[in-house]
Design a protein around this ligand. Sequence first.
Ligand code: ADP
Ligand code: ZN
Ligand code: ZN
Length: 740
Amino acid sequence: MSAEYADVIIDLSVKNVDRIFQYRIPKRLRETVGIGTQVLVPFGKGDMERKGFVVAAGNEPSFAPERIKEILDIVPGAVPVKSQMICLAWWMRERYSSTMSQALKTVLPVKTEVTPRNERTIRSLKSREELANLLAEAERKKYRARIRLYRALLENGELPYRLTAEKLGITAAALKPLEDRGVIEVVSERKNRDPVRGYEREDKAPELNAEQRAAADAVIRDYDSGIRGTYLLYGITGSGKTEVYMELIAHVLAAGKQVIVLIPEISLTWQTVMRFYRRFGARVSIINSRLSAGERYDQSERAANGEIDIMIGPRSALFTPFENLGLIIIDEEHEPAYQSENAPRYHAREVAQMRAKMSGASLVLGSATPSLESYKRALDGEYRLLSLTKRAKEESRLARVHIVDLRAELAEGNRSIFSRKLTELMNGCLARKEQAMLFMNRRGYANFVSCRSCGEAVKCPHCDVSLTYHRDGRMRCHYCGFERPVPEKCPVCGSPYIAPFGTGTQKLEELAARAFPGARILRMDADTTSKKGAHEEILQTFSEGGADILIGTQMIVKGHDFPNVTLVGIMAADLSLYAPDFRSSERTFELLTQASGRAGRGSLAGDVVIQTYAPDHFAIGAAAEQDYPKFYEQEFLYRKMMGYPPAVGLLTVTLSSRDEEALARAADAAKRRIEQEYGTELRGLIGPVNALPYKLNDIYRKNLYIKNESYAILFKVRKSVQSWENGRDMTRNVTVQYDL
Ligand code: ADP
Ligand code: ZN
Ligand code: ZN
């Protein structure tokens, strides 16, 4: 803080919010005035006293300093949440260069005509024993939906209707007869709901172990002494991060405050969500990304009215209008799902930090594989680092990891995609009636179709990427959905020697069926989960023991807790290593660590086989040891050497157009403009280079990369390109986007 000038919005109203006025901050207030502060200012001709909100603070006057009026005072008391949200929108607009109206739409729920639906709950009316009997009977008769329902009821006592129906694939028609027979009731009023009313819960809060206790206490001590910090909870998979979150939540709730918990994707983390629900019951509400505008509005009304005090959801849950927010938790903070793809293209981590600051809340980021950005901040002291280095359950050990060199396999005559080690472990696992997961980061049957004469792969006519070959004999573009049959001749040279090349999940399923006859196999990828609920169905079936092997893309590695899985095979660990992106090592490390974390979560020991052509790559070695700090050290060195974030700030300017020539002209002109104004100040100005893919849906795209240690300079460069971009003929058919 201690800025000299403040930008103030007067008399907050959504309509009139696009105008700001600059004021001087008197010396005595400099330590206290910051973004979100409510202030009293003189306004208009007669210098009437008006209330305003500070949306930005800095040291540069935007007009003649002698004409700038002074802030009179600070308005005491809490800032109303709506005002906080509007300030947040303003900040987002500046930070992500969106329009104010886009930012407001993101931050404030859209009021709709939909009559609010009541939250409904499914509750068992039978005793535990009776329910267990019903379950046994359903199992005999193989009533799948009922089996799931009874199991979930036994575990949870009661269930939130909306989520449960979707997750367990239970329809209203299936519930009706059970209601009629008095097995369950569906209640819509929440007030009498008491989570303990269900059954004696087996999973009462466990005693935290020493590491968990230390992590929780660090946050709690700060909290109780009025310090609101940002914490990075780095804990290996299964180390008990979720228990630490719940401990913190309980503490903050006891202080009369509210909590927001962000998770990347509800359907992938249902088990975790239900743990919160079991612990905190009626005080929890859950939103998922598929909610309609009406439901979303309804949820935020309930939060504003104080009906709930924990909101769990994807990044949009950040904007829950809690009046007394005390804590924000971001689980799996490294997940790309926290980056918004639409304007304002915000990152939840950054917005959470701003929201926490405005409302006096603490922020806890958790991950087994933190983003390099966050870990760097923790090492720099900007975040406080809390570590969990051991698995929480005494009996659960980290899996044994075997790295297999695929080049050696081939050299020794094994042409199968299953290495000898993997085959041996698979046979053992299946013989013991345990489960295995095979991970292949590529869907489809074979990767692409290429020409053996000229080497060209068959490409999408709309996008600059290879088409993917599927078992139905057709080729599809995974970017735009274009499809075509496999051509008879090479479109480039006319050669008839054209054939599929490489392996995808579909092909892997076929090969696994051949290699392990009799094993029941499930496959989960974008092709088998396009139908609503298919996702849940597959995971549910697998966790119920309905299959021996689960084959899938990265979808299967996230968060699931399958106690009977003792073997994880990573078919080609380096597939993602050579992606044309400076983050490819980080992504590979993440995937391998998370995938390895799947094995041996129950009481059974686990094995992980990592098959790779690059056994010596540091990302693979570090993942095998679940050693993030080691990975970070090497990766950061590399980023520094190459001038990539987070070692160096990077502004990407993406220009796009249907007109290739106009695009090239505009990109060159933008580069010249930046060179003229900032040439000597920048650490690097790269480009224009073709984006990857260069052509997407018939639109061409080029990037300019601007690097600098100082973000302030990158902000200035962006402003300058923006003002150049507006009002230029040259950019008429060209769209410009910024990513900082
Ligand atoms: P993470 O979120 O780090 O992956 P979880 O919180 O899911 O870890 O914990 C992994 C498993 O260990 C869960 O089954 C959880 O119930 C259990 N667990 C966590 N903390 C403890 C503890 N202190 N004592 C016993 N079991 C624990
Ligand atoms: Zn050819
Ligand atoms: Zn395409």
